[in-house]
Write a protein that binds this ligand. Structure first.
Ligand code: FAD
Length: 306
């Protein structure tokens, strides 16, 4: 176990104290509004700082965790030991002919809006996905038939040794809601998307249609992590949950949404324990009724309360 004061002193050598928070309550940064504290919550301002944080983490043996917009993460009630890296300061979006270059902390929704403004097609599917560019690459985010894999050209990452390197889309082995970033420990810093010219009105019509579908079907009025489960081959998770009569089931303040069975909402100050127990209950019930394993799309990290 690392010494917190030693780590803090080391961190002051690599970044400004204003960008180092201690014991930061993570629920304030997460869509589910659940979860405990991070020992260190860092908001670096340069790529070099990110490289130095990784090198420091290797040197003093303190783990680090990436946090994007927190729209696909559940942090347990005991929080996260070590460093949480939040790349919100990297939010630039630039256009280069038919390419958009976006930093990892930019919202993928803003990138899709920029594409619209530039009359570039390909990112319409992302117009309602509430994650960052970094989180979208990590998850190979997708919706309504589109996914990051279709448009990503290459990205720059800091690898686990602290080196800044370029990775092509093929290097990331993008698959349904998966990339190899979870295995290789890369930190995405920026991504280049290749798009196609199209008429403004055509792009806008698709985005408006997808936004309407999302707003009419999803319980966006409550905190949640979006779809909790991946689509099991040959089934729809929401339909299985609905047919298991689980909608409205609640554990503490967490409830299986009555509007969209694939969502679990934090309706009334749920704990992460409530939310996770309800996820497990849904998995168990669907397995018993239909013999189908529901695999989580949402990632659960951190520690239980002691
Ligand atoms: C209401 C709602 C609707 C949603 N709809 C969709 C949808 O239609 N399609 C879809 O695919 N998803 C959807 N999601 C889930 C979520 O928005 C996506 O998975 C999104 O890509 C997560 O991005 P994030 O920045 O929030 O990542 P986070 O939740 O913060 O993190 C997710 C993972 O990415 C890692 N990560 C984050 N940033 C980086 C980085 N810079 N480098 C390396 N790793 C990083 C984190 O460590 C974590 O493991 C929805 C969620 C909500 C709440």
């Amino acid at each position: 176990m690392y010494n917190k004061e030693t780590v803090y002193k080391e961190l002051l050598n690599v970044m400004h104290e204003d960008n180092i928070k201690r014991d930061e309550l993570l629920r304030n940064h997460l869509y589910t509004k659940l979860g405990g504290k991070a020992d260190f919550f860092l908001t670096p301002t340069t790529y070099e700082e990110v490289q130095n944080i990784v090198k420091l983490s290797n040197k003093v043996d303190v783990p680090f965790t990436l946090l994007g917009n927190g729209s696909n993460l559940i942090v347990k009630d005991g929080g996260i030991r070590g460093i949480v890296l939040h790349l919100a300061n990297f939010d630039e979006i630039n256009t280069n002919d038919q390419q958009i270059v976006a930093q990892s902390g930019a919202a993928i929704i803003d990138v899709s809006r920029r594409a619209l403004a530039e009359r570039l097609s390909g990112l319409e599917f992302a117009c309602g996905i509430p994650g960052t560019v970094g989180g979208a690459l990590f998850m190979n985010a997708g919706a309504y038939g589109g996914e990051i894999k279709d448009v990503l050209d290459y990205c720059y990452v800091v690898d686990r040794h602290g080196e800044l390197i370029k990775r092509t889309a093929a290097d990331l082995e993008l698959d349904y809601r998966h990339s190899n970033i979870s295995e290789n420990g890369d930190i995405v810093l920026e991504a280049t998307f290749s798009l196609k010219p199209a008429e403004y009105d055509d792009i806008k019509a698709i985005m408006d249609d997808l936004t309407h579908k999302r707003e009419s079907k999803q319980p966006l009025e409550y905190p949640s992590c979006g779809s909790v489960f991946k689509r099991p081959p040959g089934y729809f998770a929401g339909k299985l949950i609905q047919d298991s009569e689980l909608q409205g089931t609640n554990f503490g303040g967490a409830e299986v949404s009555t509007k969209h069975a694939g969502f679990i909402v934090n309706k009334n100050n749920a704990s992460a324990k409530d939310y996770i127990s309800l996820i497990e209950h849904v998995q168990k019930t669907v397995k018993e009724k239909f013999d189908v394993e529901l695999e989580r799309e949402v990632r659960i990290i951190g520690e239980d309360l002691e």
